[in-house]
Design a protein around this ligand. Structure first.
Ligand SMILES: NC(=O)c1ncn([C@@H]2O[C@H](COP(=O)(O)O)[C@@H](O)[C@H]2O)c1NC=O
Length: 508
């Protein structure tokens, strides 16, 4: 049977907002309504006739609502095959009313977890009856239409309006597919919560609201972005965000997350910082970040951890950049920045907060903890005769933050809250250092008294030697090489200071 006329509907929804126009339309179409406690009251308050499910089940809602729709007469009403003689006989025998449309909006499990509620409250938000209704109605898409979330109310209304209460098989199948998307996403979230201690060696990821991108990494590749949780940003201006933009946005949000106490500004290209600085105000921090590499900044992704001021906006307006991310923009700043129609402006809504990260690998998925160690003073062990000065320690920790958020192998050269230059993504540490020195010289930085950070230990003393000859006098690195002593000896012989952090920060 392809076309089905909706004659009856069961509505059981957690959030009642958005429901009223649907109830009105169903009432207008003469659809008989069944409902559960709170939803029933909502419908009655609209002065629309509704039959409580209890009238069908002849049971009250019990155990604090844990069992209300879970009854053969409800599930029989949904699941019986309309064109099956045996099912029809049993339906008559057990006096089961047909239910042609099911509208469910599940208990908000993910929201409850995100709110930091107690385990008891979270467990109570595991919907049982609702998920069963969704699965039952979706299974019987031959006869029944399932609306599994309030996200689909708009589509339901269109359907009711356009087809006058009739549905085609293709409609029901589409809504059923969406229903299994809803139910599988819901169960994945429950599993992920229950498996917080990784006691079960299984990994679930469920992205929703797939956004088809213009293309993937290159124009001949397709790309889609599936978000797993609330978005990190709101786009307030500019062209459509691309696949590569998203990759850079993540790198930018991770990098800026390292700077919690001071005003910081960063400019990234291809996931690596080409400019980072702290400053007393946003404009100063931007100017210092831009100075690190005035060429790479062209077309870059900019990020700041403070509101963008008018002064800062005017300063950066002349730069062609792709994206600017900030927690807020002043009205005057927006007036300046929005003059260029394509440039993307994003309001960052939350700091980087993922504990686990994953990437597809071979025929599976690699999962690991996010590198959530930011080197700070208490991590530092002075291994040389000379200790770094207070100012050097500040510069070393600043450099180490950038180092952690750059692609390995990385060497960062910095001073006074300003990235001087970096060597990133190199196959040898010496290459990374030589690249950084050459870049610093190219952009006019005097490396006398600058500091060096390395994301991993030095296997040989060559790096400290090259750095020393370039004028660098303080070094931060994890330590841990069997030949650490050779680097330490070189520093001691040449009046350099070096600290070990004990933490390697590879980023591949
Ligand atoms: N236990 C059940 O039989 C049951 N049947 C439906 N629900 C849920 O109850 C909520 C609606 O409840 P109410 O109409 O009482 O506000 C919906 O989110 C629905 O998914 C149930 N609750 C949880 O499992």
């Amino acid at each position: 049977m392809s076309e089905v006329k909706i004659k009856s509907a069961l509505i059981s929804v957690f959030y009642k907002d958005g429901l009223a126009p649907i109830v009105e339309k169903l009432d207008e179409l003469g659809v008989k309504l069944y409902s559960t406690g709170g939803t029933q009251k909502f419908i009655e308050d609209m002065n629309v006739a509704v039959t409580p499910v209890e009238d069908i089940t002849e049971y009250p809602s019990i155990f604090g609502g844990r069992v209300k729709t879970l009854h053969p007469k409800i599930f029989g009403g949904i699941l019986h095959r309309r064109d099956h003689e045996g099912d029809q006989k049993e339906k008559e025998q057990f006096e089961i009313p047909a239910i042609d449309l099911v509208i469910v909006d599940l208990y908000p499990f993910e929201e409850t977890v995100a709110s930091g509620a107690s385990e008891e409250d979270i467990i109570e938000k595991i919907d049982i009856g609702g998920i069963a209704l969704i699965r039952g109605a979706a299974k019987n898409f031959q006869d029944v239409l399932i609306v599994s979330s309030r996200n689909y109310y708009g589509d339901l209304l269109d359907l009711l309006n356009n087809k006058n209460g009739n549905t085609e098989l293709a409609d029901r199948k589409l809504f059923a597919t969406r229903a299994f998307d809803t139910s599988s996403h819901y169960d994945s979230a429950i599993f992920t919560y229950m498996n917080r201690d990784n006691s079960v060696p299984s990994f679930k990821v469920s992205g929703a609201n797939g956004k088809v991108l213009r293309y993937g990494e290159n124009p001949h590749q397709q790309g889609v972005f599936y978000e797993e949780s609330e978005s990190y940003f709101d786009q307030i201006h500019g062209k459509e965000i691309s696949y590569n933009n998203l990759v850079d946005i993540e790198a930018a949000i991770q990098l800026i997350g390292e700077f919690k106490e001071e005003t910081a500004f960063a400019i990234l290209k291809h996931n690596n910082a080409c400019g980072v600085a702290t400053g007393n105000d946003v404009k100063t921090a931007y100017q210092k970040a831009f100075a690190a590499d005035t060429i790479s900044a062209f077309g870059g992704v900019l990020i700041c951890n403070q509101e963008i001021t008018k002064e800062a906006a005017e300063e950066m307006h002349s730069l062609f950049f792709e994206i600017l991310i900030a927690p807020a923009f002043s009205d005057e700043a927006l007036t300046v920045l929005q003059q260029k129609k394509n440039r993307i402006l994003l309001v960052q809504k939350k700091s980087w907060n993922r504990e686990k990260i994953h990437k597809s690998m071979l025929n599976g998925t690699l999962v690991q903890d996010y590198d959530n160690i930011t080197d700070s003073e208490e991590h530092l062990k002075v291994v040389t005769k000379v200790a770094p000065s207070t100012e050097d320690v500040k510069s070393l920790l600043f450099a180490s933050k950038i180092c952690k958020q750059s692609k390995s192998n990385t060497i960062i050269l910095a001073k006074d809250g300003q990235l001087y230059a970096s060597g990133v993504g190199q196959t040898s540490r010496v290459d990374a250092l030589e690249q950084a020195i050459a870049k610093a010289q190219k952009f006019g930085f005097d490396l006398q008294g600058a500091v060096m950070a390395s994301d991993a230990f030095f296997p040989f003393p060559d790096c400290v030697e090259i750095a020393d000859k370039a004028g660098i006098k303080a070094v931060i690195q994890p330590g841990g090489s069997v030949k650490d002593q050779l680097s330490i000896d070189y520093c001691d012989q040449n009046g350099m200071s070096m600290v070990f952090t004990g933490t390697r920060h590879f980023k591949h």
